[in-house]
Write a protein that binds this ligand. Structure first.
Ligand code: GLP
Length: 240
């Protein structure tokens, strides 16, 4: 696991975008693993800028997103599908039909999850995956637990995550309590992973990435098993 410690959020965003752009230039038909949350937004803005300047093209890329609330309509402005459209897809030259987000309205959640992992495998696997991190070390919606799940699955969110997400909803009762999420093995199968973290609130989770242990009580520590993971964080997240 490699660390890049930046001075601020702008640097994190530029660094993340640089690594993504290098991957897409090296392999124009890359399979991208994308994330929601506030942290990757700056990186997406940098990538949009590159497309506008004509220095980067997503036209041959395909993407898979990490997770989606369940149940939720893709038209709901709090859905991750809506987030991805407004924060990235609507502004780049990627064919929207090549962007895949888990279906928050799937009648059979289990079947949707199985199909998702099959689609990723059939596409040849994810070339580059961007991750954020929850305050409790969750990645995608793999929450701390005694056991973690390998494949894409339906899961319940912890109180800490529901509270963290409440800022996006009018009332706390509106915050979804379940989601569909890629599992730990689905994420660890990505060929290259970058994790972005900013602010003191992420320090506790990031601090556990600095030693030589792994624990399911901080799912992000399992990334230590991955051969090509880079943590891109600011000093606040790194030093506390
Ligand atoms: C949600 C998402 C995660 C994300 C996390 C942190 O739980 N499912 O993928 O990493 O939020 O979000 P933020 O970047 O806003 O702190």
């Amino acid at each position: 696991m490699k660390f890049i410690v930046c001075d601020n959020y702008e640097e994190i965003s530029a660094e993340g975008a640089k690594i993504f752009a290098e991957q897409i230039k090296k392999k124009p038909n890359s399979i991208l693993g994308l994330a929601t949350g506030s942290t990757p937004v700056g990186m997406y803005q940098n990538l949009i800028q590159m497309v506008k300047e004509g220095t980067l093209s997503f036209k041959d890329c395909r993407s898979f997103n990490l997770d989606e609330y369940y149940p939720i309509s893709p038209d709901n402005d709090q859905s991750y599908r809506y987030f991805m459209n407004t924060n990235l897809f609507n502004h780049i030259d990627m064919d929207i039909s090549n962007t895949r987000v888990l279906n928050g309205l799937a009648e059979d959640a289990k079947a949707e999850c199985v199909k998702y992992d099959e689609e990723i495998d059939a596409a040849g696997g994810i070339d580059i995956q961007v991750l954020g991190i929850g305050h409790n070390g969750h990645i995608a919606f793999n929450e701390p637990d005694e056991k973690l799940i390998c494949g894409t699955h339906l899961t319940s969110l912890t109180e800490s995550t529901i509270n963290a997400n409440a800022r996006f909803f009018e009332k706390k009762e509106d915050v979804p309590t379940q989601s569909l999420t890629m599992g730990m093995a689905s994420i660890l199968k990505a060929k290259k992973i970058i994790l972005l973290a900013s602010g003191k609130g992420k320090h506790q989770a990031i601090a556990e990435l600095l030693d030589d242990t792994i624990t399911t009580s901080n799912p992000s520590t399992l990334l230590k098993l991955h051969p090509d993971t880079t943590i891109i964080c600011d000093r606040d997240a790194y030093e506390g």
